[in-house]
Each structure stands twice: as C-alpha cells, then as structure tokens.
Design a protein around this ligand. Structure first.
Ligand code: THU
Length: 130
C-alpha cells in the first residue's frame, strides 16, 4: 500500500455531509507503517475532525510516535492545504524536514515541508525556563 492509495481509500470513507469536502490523509511512520484518516464532520460543526487528526490518532494508537512523511488528498481545485490546527498537530510528531504532499483534483500537487507549513511553531522549547 502506498501513501497515495491509503489516502485515497480513506477519502472514500470521509463523513462530510455538511461541507461535501472529502479529505483523506496518510502518514508514513518512521517504522515504515502507514496510517490513514478521513474527516469526520458533526452537526455541531466545531466538533468535526480533520483527516490529518484521524491519521495521527491511528498512528498513536498503534504505538508509533514519529512521522516520516505525510500525504493529504481532496477534490479541491488547488492541492488541499492542512489547516493551521493540523499543522500544529503534525509538528508534534514530525520534524521540520518532513515532506507533506498535498493533492487536489486532476492531479494538482504541491509538496512542502512541515517547516515550510508552520514556521516558528510553538514547541517544547517555549515551555522551558518558565
Ligand atoms: N479538512 C480536513 O480534513 N483536512 C484539511 O487539511 C482541510 C480541511 C476538512 C475539515 C472539514 O470537514 C472539511 O474539510 C471542510 O473544511
């Protein structure tokens, strides 16, 4: 299973009746295992969760702690961009050089690193010395 196939398969299971915007995310863990997730919306809108959050939860539940690579897919015209909250969630488990591939419809594709996506991230360093 490739990251792309895992994300595509997750996207098919997305529960997005309110936005109609289906997202799939796949994470390659440092062990080589792949974890995926889809967005799960809720009638109380803020309770919905992003695909990236689902993939992270699957990774942590499997005992894996570090992200090697990420791929996110949706049917947006331009490659889907992880929301700010998900960038922070990904940074918790991935270093700044982790590659994030974002895919939209018709193969639109953009590749950035986590460091590009969230420069100056709040980190454990900031908690020190308080
Ligand atoms: N969404 C994700 O799952 N991941 C992203 O990277 C961007 C947005 C979801 C949240 C919501 O269910 C829908 O897309 C529209 O915002």
């Amino acid at each position: 299973m490739t990251l792309l196939k895992a994300a595509q398969s997750a996207q098919k299971n997305a529960y997005a009746p309110y936005s109609g915007f289906r997202v799939g995310a796949a994470i390659l863990g440092r062990s080589g295992a792949i974890f995926s997730g889809c967005n799960v919306e809720n009638v109380a809108y803020p309770e919905g969760t992003c695909a990236e959050a689902g993939a992270i939860a699957a990774m942590i539940n499997a005992g894996e702690r570090r992200i090697a690579e990420v791929l996110v897919i949706s049917d947006s015209a331009s490659p889907v961009s992880p929301c700010g909250g998900c960038r922070q969630k990904l940074v918790e488990f991935g270093s700044t050089d982790v590659v994030v591939t974002m895919i939209g419809r018709n193969g639109a594709r953009l590749t950035m690193t986590l460091g590009d996506l969230l420069p100056g991230a709040f980190s454990e360093e900031h908690l020190k010395g308080v």
